[in-house]
Design a protein around this ligand. Sequence first.
Ligand SMILES: Nc1nc2c(ncn2[C@@H]2O[C@H](COP(=O)(O)OP(=O)(O)OP(=O)(O)O)[C@@H](O)[C@H]2O)c(=O)[nH]1
Ligand SMILES: [Zn+2]
Length: 325
Amino acid sequence: MTFDLNALGWGEDFAAQGGAGRPLRVTSVHRARLMGLGPEGAVELIPHSSLSTGDIAVGDWVMAEGMVALQVLDRRSLVQRKAAGTGLARQLIAANLDVLFVVSSCNADFNPGRMERFLVLAAQAGVTPVVVLTKADQCDDPEVFRRQALALARQIAVVVLDAKRGDVGSALAPWCGPGRTVALLGSSGVGKTTIANALTGGQAAVQDIRDDDAKGRHTTTGRYLVAMRGGGWLIDTPGMREIQLTDAAEGIDILFEDLAELATECKFTNCRHASEPGCAVQAAVRAGEILPERVSRWQKLVAEAEENAVKLSRSRKAPGKGRRR
Ligand SMILES: Nc1nc2c(ncn2[C@@H]2O[C@H](COP(=O)(O)OP(=O)(O)OP(=O)(O)O)[C@@H](O)[C@H]2O)c(=O)[nH]1
Ligand SMILES: [Zn+2]
């Protein structure tokens, strides 16, 4: 299979960054090597000595000469997560995503706090979130869930569907198509695999490396960049399912724009919006303009993000810690 650069998501912003070599889209990243895709087809690459595979994510654009990836082009968006274990170094998950489908179901799985966490992740990554609510067919009144989802952010697209029998491709078409890159985020059992299969027709991932380079170890790496039936790409990586919030203050401010704005009117700049005098947020709650639950979920996310930021700065000061992989 070969693809022209635009169908792969190439654009002016990448072209303007220049650099030697030819552009390739990264379809998978392994211990020592990576796979790139371009008009010539799938190409196995090794990173230049100035780079490590830890600096490269699925979905990245690299400039390559021969089989050497020389440079990673600046990204449009980047999903990253705190690496597993105690270290707080971040691991790159997916680059240059256009849309994150935040998936939940029209049932007890629907949890506003959990949805907000996913939406903050999308905002922090610089990706447009779209809420997808599955299992509309198993619910008496899906509109109740649609309304709750619409209340999560000022401008949020919400799609309600039956992922099993509905026309998923048409429902999500506005965010897919040639050159677009999407991914799915959501708890277990909400229908991510069902949606992914509908979008890709169950197609296999792009040709991949047999990664047995590192000490004869063979790693099964899962499916990564997969072509969608209507054009565009789905990034499907196991890492997407295990993301936690790390210093997500910006993402929180984007999602909770209404509260962030009110907070600027509080009497104290470091107001926690609890029992402080002159708190504009509590005033809005008393006036019935904002739900108190939304404020408490916001406070919890802010506290968690701050705590992680502190831990992160400590681990950066400690030499030898923070290995990437
Ligand atoms: N009736 C109905 N069933 C659905 C719908 N979406 C998903 N399912 C079913 O729900 C179950 C879980 O769906 P999956 O697609 O495997 O969910 P997932 O999010 O990929 O789950 P994990 O792989 O655990 O993360 C499957 O039995 C699906 O057939 C829907 O819209 N309607
Ligand atoms: Zn306040």
